[in-house]
Design a binder for this molecule. Structure first.
Ligand code: DGL
Length: 289
């Protein structure tokens, strides 16, 4: 494969991981990134563990050939069923996506955790919920599997105006955890549906990636205010927007923070390559607006 080697790789069953990629890019002003979306075989949520593991491995072998410096499994489902096995097989650091249960549970109240069926049924997720219940005894922690929701999101892009109530459990939670990266595209609508805040783990994933790749003690250069860049990363300030581009001129035309574009090099892989580039561009435009 004729791509630059040594980038940071992202994997998802489809488009959901783009939300993770965009959160991570805020912390990395430079670098090469690969985004592998297996959209043709998405959703993974109703597949067996063996199938999911086999599909993820196909992407990981490509990351290996690209000498990826780290891999982010931007998919709760793949993390829930395969991360432990994958860590034993591959030597690059792997960051997984896990529903943001513990930090949300400590807020108290009644928490709905929405995920795919495969996540919901996984041992890893059950342990996570049990830990949260043990730690926060006063909080009501209610996991639900939203069958079909990730698939509907994949199928309806870019018009995500389908009827949400068909997929969401009824009730009056005080907070909702989005345990699938696809659901993040509907964060606002889900918040409106329940009338409460929704939480996701994307920023936590980005911070974990930083802690793996940026050695705090090494100077990372200075920003315009003379602050060390690494400090700025740690404060979580968006350093630069995310963008997909073919040439500097084309990107400039779109007026997408053109001065920063030279920093980003994202290579789309997998069966959903074309679709994901398109979605990513749309996301970027909507972020801008
Ligand atoms: N985006 C994925 C997740 O976080 C997978 C959704 C699916 O393919 O079912 O779980």
């Amino acid at each position: 494969m004729n791509l630059p080697k040594g980038g940071i790789a992202f994997f998802d069953s489809g488009a959901g991981g783009l939300t993770v990629l965009s959160s991570c890019l805020r912390y990395f002003p430079k670098g090469v990134f690969y985004y592998y979306g297996d959209n043709a075989r998405a959703p993974y949520g109703n597949r067996t563990e063996d199938e999911i593991y086999r599909f993820v491995k196909q992407a990981f072998d490509i990351f290996l050939s690209l000498k990826a410096q780290a891999v982010v499994i931007a998919c709760n489902t793949a993390t829930a069923v395969a991360v432990e096995k994958l860590r034993k097989e591959y030597s690059f650091p792997i960051v997984g996506a896990e529903p943001y249960v513990l930090p949300t549970a400590c807020k108290g109240g009644k928490i709905f955790i929405l995920s795919t069926r495969a996540t919901y049924e996984s041992v890893r997720y059950k342990k996570l919920c049990a830990r949260a219940r043990e730690k926060e005894r006063e909080t009501e922690i209610l996991p639900f599997s939203c069958d079909g929701l990730a698939g509907a999101i994949e199928a309806h892009f870019p018009a995500l105006d389908f009827c949400l109530s068909e997929y969401l459990p009824r009730g009056k939670p005080t907070a909702v955890v989005l345990g699938c990266t696809h659901y993040i595209f509907l964060k606002k609508r889900i918040e409106e549906f329940y009338g409460c805040p929704c939480y996701d783990g994307n920023d936590g994933i980005a911070r974990r990636l930083c802690s793996l790749l940026i050695k705090k003690e090494e100077p990372q250069g200075k920003n315009r205010d003379g602050q060390p860049l690494s400090r700025v990363f740690w404060e979580g300030r968006p350093l630069a927007p995310v963008c997909v581009y073919k040439s500097k001129q084309k990107a400039k035309k779109r007026r997408i923070f053109a001065q920063k574009l030279r920093f980003f090099r994202i290579f789309f892989l997998g069966s959903g390559k074309t679709k994901n580039v398109k979605i990513y561009k749309q996301m970027f435009v909507s972020i801008k607006n």
